[in-house]
Ligand binder design. Structure first.
Ligand code: ZN
Length: 272
């Protein structure tokens, strides 16, 4: 089955010792596209460095809500400069996290707005993280309000590691979003994701691991890796009553549609 991993943090220190072997194992498992998003200045830069060194990787640069209050002006300036790089296919990850609140909510909102503005200015999609407090939907509702308030120039968005109720997914699709499914879907409290998977248009449905986090069933709990994205892909294909081969083709096509104009602009070669 052809596969993509639309979101994995291969620059995280847990991959320091064996990132080349991790990518090789992913290729062996059928993963044809890999996107490495940043979460702050250092990790955005590191994503680009990996894309330089390993053929076929795509990068994204941006500031995660956890880091919203921690990123310096210099870091942000470097991210905005890196955003013009043709190997950068998206801005992110950014978004809102009202569950852990590692940065104050006001700082998260300011950060989200400037990441969205950067994405709009670059004509690249914004990758959005969104987690509400347990049992609530406060962050999802705030994120929808921000996107609507942005106005007609709102950039295309990717809802990373989807979590939330069915009507939230419907509202995101109305705004033109692509929805990316991760191993989070298998966890307790995330049951609505199975319903969402059934109705997302094929050209806006992505899958991801969010490695090294969110191991799906069967993957090592200690460290998720892109080779495990197939667990989620098979589950998605079954829910959509699609055979694996056409489901895989659709995943690659959706990835290329969401991120591809920049791949073409980069003129990049490589096995991916
Ligand atoms: Zn992530």
């Amino acid at each position: 089955m052809r596969l993509v991993d639309s979101h994995c943090h291969l620059q995280a220190d847990r991959f320091d010792d064996d990132v080349d072997a991790v990518v090789a194992a992913a290729r062996e498992a059928g993963v044809e596209r890999i996107l490495v998003p940043g979460w702050n200045g250092w990790s955005s830069n590191a994503a680009l460095a990996l894309a330089d060194r390993i053929p076929g990787l795509d990068a994204a640069v941006g500031v995660h809500p956890h880091d919203a209050a921690k990123v310096s002006d210099e870091e942000w300036t470097a991210i905005t400069a890196a955003a013009t790089d043709p190997r950068v296919v998206a801005i992110g990850e950014t978004g809102l996290d009202y569950d852990r609140v590692f940065s104050p909510i006001l700082a998260q909102l300011v950060n989200l707005r400037r990441n969205l503005e950067l994405a709009a200015a670059m004509g690249k999609p914004a990758i959005l993280h969104c987690r509400s407090r347990t049992g609530e939907r406060d962050a999802q509702d705030a994120l929808l309000a921000e996107l609507r308030a942005f106005g007609p120039d709102v950039p295309p968005v990717v809802v990373h590691s989807f979590s939330g109720p069915v009507d939230y997914a419907e509202s995101m699709l109305e705004l033109g979003a692509a929805i990316s499914i991760s191993g989070l879907a298998f966890r307790k409290g995330e049951e609505a994701t199975a319903d969402v998977v059934r109705f997302v248009p094929a050209d806006r449905l992505l899958i991801e691991t969010d490695s090294p986090f969110l191991s799906p069933p069967g993957a090592p709990r200690s460290r998720n890796a892109p080779e495990w994205v197939g667990v989620t892909a098979v589950w998605v294909a079954e829910l959509r009553n699609t055979d694996r081969e056409s489901a895989g083709d659709a995943l690659v096509a959706a990835y290329d549609r969401v991120f591809s104009s920049h791949r073409a602009a980069a003129g990049r070669a490589g096995p991916g």
